[in-house]
Design a protein around this ligand. Structure first.
Ligand code: DGT
Ligand code: CA
Ligand code: CA
Ligand code: ZN
Length: 576
């Protein structure tokens, strides 16, 4: 319930931005803050009275009574009114970079633009350029934004971060039902695509009817598209479709294999079955003539029968994995347990960190990491970077903390900002204070390909820089990444020995998987998988970083933080 309540508050915040014409108004910030509080709340919100809620830091009376209204009645009148005023198709417009709430409301009032498709029409008619503050350049920028976000019509897809949260909630809810023996999300989400068209859940139960009853009544369900005994589909807020299929225990392996896809992967598997006189469908791998089942209960058995090693779900894209699995030539799949250090971590020393330095180190230690780099933001990030003075203060704090962690090497790092010209913070002399530096793009997202490429190559050549953080700077579904000549970046990374980060945040997953795959034969490039954690719970994001690396066919040996401490520390020239 808390996750759903937090989403409703966030939706209230988003719609209020449109009413107030500003993303920064007091009300908007209050809703956003409350959403964050509810999301992290350990106890169920439905057990709290209005008075209890108001005792939470960040929840005022108005928000508390809206939450109570939702718990008691299942809806919030204020939200319903706003949804009528600003339908989902209209709200979509606010996701286009450069279009603020004021502008989209103006476009609606002046040009009758209600949807992204309307906006495309208006652009085609050059209707925007006469409006205040708009010209030909703005039109081009907006058009590019629409194309790159894939926001139009049937192509509309949901970012993995949004879909994952919902899918996990559904799967957890299903597993808690006494009638459910197994449940798992499949489809593009299990393959770890950046965006998904819908969520496909497969479950095993002896009582499918009871399962469907519970499913269509889950808190996140906004409306029911179809309700059957073995298959149902629902829509959640934000119009994400979730399909649930209940299958017999005997078919579990065949079913999750089939519904995980991809279609291209399934077609190649089916061909291997046909070559052997068999059929493969969502029920089983079976002999064509006798109908005898050859394998069906687990994916492993099916792959084995087809003379293949198991293909990790993230690799099932029909890009050569079937041939590789038949030749046992897949890269050894990288798993979380392979990762021995985290080299991009923030604490409250950075203005946007949410856990203290000591809590972050305790958590890293508790996870059994053998090295960790505290990479606080650097001085050029005006709002929350560390001044030189603060860096030196932190050095002595770290010195005091180190003896607490005999089994873990604590590095003083920095997340440097790559300037427009490829330069970074501080100066060459001062940078020697740091044991490990990540350099990332946090500004100037709109430069040309050649400018961006040169900028990154400049940072790669900086002797203080060990790794480039979140290479493209994309936020999936909200901000396109910078344009780069990736091959030139790979060449420079190889030449300088600077690693490229795979950022584990679900909103980032940066370097993108298709780029990683493009680099899969580059044995000369080094990678580092980092959480970029800003609070203790975000160390868990390493699960996503490992999945991203599998999806990108990244060879384990080239990932520097899978190396034992001694090897890694000698690579960076660290002397305690
Ligand atoms: P999405 O939802 O567009 O992000 O991508 P998927 O891969 O999740 O596709 P979806 O939801 O249409 O179907 C789920 C899986 O069902 C898909 O990955 C493969 C499997 N499948 C097997 N055969 C077929 C087929 O003939 N048509 C479709 N649509 N899916 C199939
Ligand atoms: Ca799907
Ligand atoms: Ca589907
Ligand atoms: Zn960071």
């Amino acid at each position: 319930m808390n996750a759903e309540a937090a989403r409703l508050l966030q939706e209230l915040a988003n719609l209020t931005k449109l009413v107030e014409g500003s993303p920064q108004s007091f009300k908007v910030r209050a809703y956003e803050k409350a959403a964050g509080v509810i999301r992290d709340l350990p106890s169920p919100i439905e057990d709290m009275s209005i008075a209890d809620m108001q005792k939470l830091d960040g929840i005022g009376k108005a928000t508390a009574s809206k939450l109570r209204e939702w718990i008691d009645t299942g809806s919030i009148e204020k939200l319903d009114v706003l949804r009528r005023e600003f339908p989902a198709a209209f709200v979509e417009l606010t996701k286009i970079p450069g279009l603020g709430p004021k502008t989209v409301v103006m476009l609606r009032d002046v040009l009758g633009v209600n949807t992204v498709d309307d906006l495309r029409d208006a652009l085609d008619e050059q209707a925007l350029r006469g409006l205040p503050g708009m010209g030909e350049k703005t039109e081009t920028k907006i058009r590019k934004g629409i194309d790159r976000l894939g926001l139009h019509g049937k192509d509309r897809r949901t970012p993995i971060a949004v879909a994952m949260e919902l899918a996990v909630e559904f799967v957890t809810g299903l597993r808690q039902l006494p009638q459910v023996d197994r449940a798992m999300y499949c489809g593009s989400l299990r393959r770890f695509s950046d965006t998904v068209g819908d969520v496909d859940i497969t479950a095993v139960s002896q009582h499918p009817d009871a399962v469907m009853d519970a499913f269509v009544n889950f808190p996140a369900v906004r409306s029911v598209i179809a309700r059957g005994t073995t298959k149902s589909s629902v829509l959640t807020a934000g119009d994400l479709q979730v399909d649930l299929r209940v299958v017999p225990e005997d078919s579990w392996g065949a079913a999750i294999l089939y519904f995980t896809g991809s279609k291209a992967h399934n077609i190649e598997l089916r061909q291997r079955a046909i070559d052997r006189g068999w059929t493969l469908n969502e029920y089983s791998l079976a002999d064509v003539d006798s109908g005898a089942v050859i394998a069906s209960r687990t994916e492993e058995e099916i792959y084995r029968a087809l003379d293949m090693v198991l293909v990790p779900p993230e690799m099932r894209e029909g890009v050569g994995e079937v041939a590789a699995a038949a030749a046992d030539a897949l890269p050894d799949p990288l798993v979380v347990a392979d990762i021995r250090g985290d080299l991009h971590v923030h604490s409250t020393w950075s203005g946007d960190g949410r856990s203290s330095l000591q809590d972050m180190l305790d958590a890293a230690h508790g996870r059994g990491l053998s090295y960790v780099a505290m990479t606080e933001h650097a001085e050029d990030l005006a709002i929350n970077g560390l001044s030189r003075q603060r860096v030196l203060e932190m050095a002595s704090v770290l010195e005091e903390l180190r003896p607490k962690y005999p089994a873990m090497t604590v590095l003083q790092g920095a997340e440097l900002n790559i300037g427009r010209d490829g330069s970074v913070d501080y100066d060459a002399d001062f940078l020697t204070v740091f044991d490990w530096c990540v350099a990332s793009v946090h500004s100037h997202f709109d430069l040309s390909v050649s400018e961006q490429t040169e900028r990154i190559i400049g940072a790669l050549h900086n002797p203080a820089v060990h790794a480039i953080g979140h290479l493209t700077g994309r936020k999936i579904g909200t901000r396109p990444g910078i344009s780069l000549d990736f091959d030139a970046v790979l060449d420079a990374a190889a030449e300088t020995g600077t690693a490229l980060e795979i950022n584990s945040h679900l909103q980032r997953l940066d370097v993108p998987a298709d780029w990683l795959r493009r680099a899969r034969d580059r044995t000369d490039v080094l990678w580092v998988i980092s959480t970029d954690a800003h609070e203790v719970s975000e160390f868990d994001n390493i699960t996503w970083g490992a999945a991203q690396a599998r999806r990108g066919w990244v060879p384990k040996a080239q990932v520097v933080n899978t190396w034992p401490a001694e090897e890694f520390l000698s690579w960076i020239g660290y002397e305690p």
